[in-house]
Design a binder for this molecule. Structure first.
Ligand code: SAM
Length: 336
């Protein structure tokens, strides 16, 4: 437990009065896909086992974070399901009483074999990244022929009772623009939340960044199917702008980091696989937690480092639609 002095430091409130209660954790930098926008030049330097945080270290950070007000945790990667013994680790996180929401983002490749273990570990909702519904295109985008496995995994997850299942489609100019309607139509047949994510020009500098297919244009195209009715705000809906077609089982969401960034209400902190706290996905500033922990810092000292790290959270990012794209670090290390 933290001592009262640290507890009284009034949680993780940054200089812009944002209460940071959401921790996104990349538990491994490795991935079983090689997505064209995530992997510059087909290669990412891999961290060694010793360089990534151990499960004990991760749990310690989550526990201290929870004492400072973190109530929501997302596990991501790399691909979180490729890390050995991930399920007992997840079970320990979902057992932390102060956390009201623990979720996972996966590419779905290993989902079909993981649904039962994920449920038993206490995970109730998942996000699956899926940029195309076309098997051949999937292979081009990800470098692997796993579309059928992923789709089977998504259906297995639905059967096992995960809700909501959010399907995240990153909009890639000239690659999946022709599939907006196909993705949107899934919301009539399945209770999935289909989310169109504006591509952020980071990661692979060779990817085309097209300002013409941001959320307003995608929404305009989707309205060929029917009227998009705004969905009611929910506690866990995050920054997505949510809609529903009349009579649909699922939802349509737009994540708009470019056309309407949500920095003013950003409540996120990110922990990289190598133990660095990042206060903004689009800034390379980071604060080391691994070094102090491995040198034997106390929980109070760890809490102090976390509290200090948020002083540098920028008021907003600089990827606005009218500015030049900036290329930052790789997503696999940070977790998206
Ligand atoms: N392997 C997991 C997965 O595929 O969901 C988790 C890690 S992945 C880096 C997390 C998310 O970041 C994915 O949905 C991916 O599509 C998204 N992402 C990666 N690069 C992106 C970019 N440049 N712009 C927008 N989203 C991106």
């Amino acid at each position: 437990m933290l001592n009262t002095a640290a507890e009284n430091k009034l949680k993780l409130i940054d200089p812009y009065n944002r209460f940071l209660n959401y921790l996104r954790i990349s538990i491994i930098d490795r991935c079983n896909l090689k997505c064209m926008y995530c992997v510059p030049d087909g290669k990412i330097p891999k961290l060694s086992h010793l360089e990534i945080l151990s499960y004990e270290e991760l749990l310690r950070i989550i526990t201290v974070g929870a004492q400072l007000g973190i109530s929501k945790v997302r596990i991501t990667g790399g691909e979180p399901l490729v890390r050995k013994n991930v399920f007992p680790f997840l079970e320990k996180i979902t057992a932390i009483k102060a956390l009201s929401d623990v979720s996972l983002t996966t590419n779905g490749v290993l989902l079909i074999d993981s649904v039962d273990a994920l449920r038993s570990a206490g995970i109730k909702r998942i996000n699956v990244s899926l940029d195309t519904l076309d098997r051949a295109k999937y292979k081009t985008v990800t470098g692997r022929d796993h579309f059928d496995r992923v789709w089977a995994g998504i259906l297995a997850a639905q059967k096992a009772g995960f809700y909501p299942i959010k399907l995240n489609m990153v909009v890639l100019s000239g690659i999946n623009e022709d599939e907006f309607l196909d993705f949107a139509r899934l919301s009539f047949t399945y209770p999935f939340h289909i989310r169109f994510i504006e591509y952020m020009p980071i990661g692979n500098p060779r990817m085309k960044f097209n300002r013409d297919i941001l959320a307003p244009e995608i929404k305009r195209r989707l309205e060929a199917i029917g009227e998009l009715i705004p969905a009611e705000k929910e506690d866990l809906s995050g920054p997505a702008e949510r809609y529903r077609f009349k009579g649909a089982m699922g939802e349509i969401g737009f994540i708009r980091p470019i056309s309407r960034h949500f920095c003013g209400s950003c409540n996120r902190l990110r922990l990289t696989a190598s133990g660095q706290i990042r206060t903004c996905l689009l800034s390379d500033d980071q604060v080391d937690l691994k070094g102090p922990m491995r040198k034997g810092c106390s929980d109070n000292e760890l809490a102090e480092i976390l509290i200090k790290s948020i002083r540098h959270k920028p008021s907003e990012h600089h990827l606005l639609a009218d500015q030049e794209p900036k290329v930052s670090s790789e997503m696999s290390a940070i977790g998206g």
